[in-house]
Design a protein around this ligand. Structure first.
Ligand code: NJP
Length: 263
């Protein structure tokens, strides 16, 4: 699908990757609807977009509020052609210290928030025989990330969701793409209370992820990695699991030692 003339909705668009995706879509002639919780951020992003754009406030974990936000944007901009389910939160720390409330919030926002965003637009896309769904996953959704166990689990859920939908919706002309970033230079780390502090891999700009989203929709790509160099790590995980676990252990030597020293 080409972006020009589409109605594109982006969740989590008040900053970071969502903002970069909204800008890339608007640059390509899409009418863009932005959703997040903070009105100031949304207003600022919309003000900076050329062309037609609007915003609505919703917590993606609240299905009624999200459906109302999407319905309001569709009334303003037209039926959704592209849905980019990007809103997500992280959590960092040892699994042993994770509280029930934090675990449930992660699942509600990252898993159910994505499900609700897609649910709200899929029936209309099927009816119109047209549409594209993009979910923003994570490299942590393809390879388990120590000290981010629940976050990883929520992103693994996105893999099953998109893989199943890609086949289920294909007969109706609805494309499905999963974009898996590694570390990205956004407020994501600060928002989870633990800024990214590893020397490698180096965070990439949000615009790189937006570019992957652009290509995913234009070329109908099922899955992409940002940067693409993550793909071999996923292959190793599947083909040689012991080697993969050895590599992960090595790469998390510092964190594992600090955790042991605390207990
Ligand atoms: O994060 P950040 P990114 N309901 O914190 C919104 C994935 N990812 O852009 O609601 C509605 O700068 C929030 O807005 P607000 C990650 O898992 C990232 O980096 O106003 N909206 C803001 O607009 C996530 O799925 C990295 O606070 C909610 C946006 O979401 C996606 O990329 C690595 C919301 C978050 O902006 C975007 O993350 C990776 C809710 N309940 C995957 N909660 C990375 N950055 O390193 C949050 O592998 N938002």
């Amino acid at each position: 699908m080409q972006w020009g003339g589409t109605t594109t909705i982006v969740t989590g668009a008040s900053r970071g990757i969502g903002r970069a995706v909204a800008e890339a879509a608007a640059d390509r002639g899409a009418r863009v609807g932005l959703i997040a919780r903070s009105e100031d951020g949304l207003r600022e992003v919309v003000a900076g977009l050329g062309g037609t754009a609007g915003y609505a406030i919703a917590d993606v974990a609240d299905p009624e509020a999200l459906a109302a936000a999407i319905a309001g944007l569709e009334a303003e901009l037209g039926p959704t052609d592209v849905m980019v389910a990007n809103a997500g939160i992280g959590a960092y720390g040892a699994f042993a210290d994770l509280g029930a409330e934090e675990a449930e919030r992660l699942v509600r926002v990252n898993v159910l928030g994505t499900v609700h965003a897609l649910r709200a637009v899929v029936p209309g896309m099927i009816e119109r025989r047209r549409g594209h769904l993009v979910t923003i996953g994570s490299i942590a959704g393809r390879i388990g990330s120590p000290f981010e166990a629940i976050y990883s689990a929520t992103k693994f859920a996105g893999v099953g969701l998109t893989e199943a939908l890609a086949v289920e919706l294909e007969p109706y002309g609805v494309g499905v793409s999963l974009v898996n970033p590694g570390p990205v230079a956004t407020d994501f780390g600060a928002a989870r209370g633990h800024p990214y502090d590893r020397a490698r891999p180096r965070p990439v700009p949000a615009a790189d992820v937006a570019w992957a989203v652009v290509r995913a929709v234009e070329d109908g790509r099922a899955e992409s990695y940002v940067p693409p160099s993550f793909r071999p790590a996923v292959a190793v995980r599947h083909l040689v699991p012991p080697l993969f676990r050895w590599g992960t252990r090595r790469s998390f030597t510092r964190e594992l030692a600090a955790d042991r020293a605390r207990r």
